[in-house]
Design a protein around this ligand. Structure first.
Ligand SMILES: *[C@@H]1O[C@H](CO)[C@@H](O)[C@H](O)[C@H]1NC(C)=O
Length: 286
């Protein structure tokens, strides 16, 4: 027979259990609209899972219902497995129009066993050309991994499983435009880009492997939601908006350097051939 101590332990466990359930009950139906692909994109399992698919006729995509002006936004992705050469899974924040802002993750597929490239870019006021590319330290098709964008007035930080891989600092003080006035939505799509994606376009999509599928879950936005000209920031809990002024601490700096040293394969900031008249201003900041 259970003693009262045992039963209070049990009660605790079930309380913690239901709390975890609540926390993980994020429902993609609430946050996401499927926007294209004619049935190729699906929200499944009561809103727990989203899949995009691509076949020869079309890819597919979704966007967030909300527009955000700053946020810390996480999503778990599991990428197209096997021979994914030629496919691109894009996951990004973007505003609208020709002078738009944009913060990009793009996953460039590859032949079975060859590494994906994680391509990143930052656009401010319509101007990008700020590519950095990475290999990952794990197989991104075997399991879900968390890809996060922290975007606040001081900096933009790209993270993979909590490890920062890229930082774009606000360098307005030296005249570099910074994304901070235009609200952005999350967009994602799976599409065919075999003219450039894999080994620069040398390896084409093998349609025998279609349909190709990428999966998403556990969307979480700690963000300021933009609606009819005003922004309102979530403030449930005491220090919940600390992300709005967050920057890299020294441990995170070290992690960032570890990734950049071991996994970075392209950095616009060191591409002097591409910028013969001088590297972009922000490259001289660190
Ligand atoms: C694909 O694999 C090749 C060979 O390992 C590699 O050079 C390339 O960077 C990989 N990624 C892409 C997207 O081409």
């Amino acid at each position: 027979m259970a003693t009262s101590r045992d039963s209070s332990v049990l009660l605790m466990i079930s309380l913690v259990g239901s709390l975890l359930m609540l926390l993980s009950a994020a429902n993609l139906h609430q946050d996401i609209d499927i926007t294209w692909g004619d049935g190729r994109a699906k929200i499944l399992n009561n809103g727990e899972l989203l899949t995009l698919s691509l076949d020869k006729a079309s890819g597919s995509g979704f966007q967030s219902k909300n527009e955000y002006l700053f946020g810390k936004i996480d999503m778990q992705l599991k990428l197209v497995p096997g021979n994914s050469a030629g496919t691109v899974t894009a996951y990004y924040l973007s505003s609208q129009g020709s002078t738009h802002d944009e913060i990009d993750f793009e996953f460039l597929g590859n032949l079975s066993g060859d590494p994906y490239i994680l391509h990143t870019n930052v656009f401010s006021q319509g101007k990008g050309n700020r590519e950095q590319q990475f290999y990952l330290w794990f197989d991104p098709t075997a399991n879900f991994h968390t890809y996060s964008i922290l975007w606040n007035p001081k900096c933009i930080i790209f993270c993979v499983d909590g490890t920062p891989i890229r930082e774009f600092k606000n360098s307005e003080s030296i005249g570099v435009p910074y994304p901070k006035k235009q609200a952005m939505r999350i967009y994602s799509s799976l599409w065919n880009a075999d003219d450039w994606a894999t080994r620069g376009g040398l390896v084409k999509t093998d349609w025998n492997g279609a349909p190709f599928t990428a999966s998403y879950r556990n969307f979480n936005a700690n963000a300021c939601i933009w609606s009819s000209g005003a922004s309102s920031c979530s403030s449930a809990g005491s220090s919940s908006n600390s992300w709005l002024s967050q920057e890299l601490d020294s441990t995170s700096q070290e992690r960032l350097h570890w990734v950049q040293k071991n996994y970075m394969i392209y950095n616009y900031c060191t591409d002097t051939k591409r910028f013969p008249l001088g590297l972009p201003q922000e490259c001289n900041m660190s």
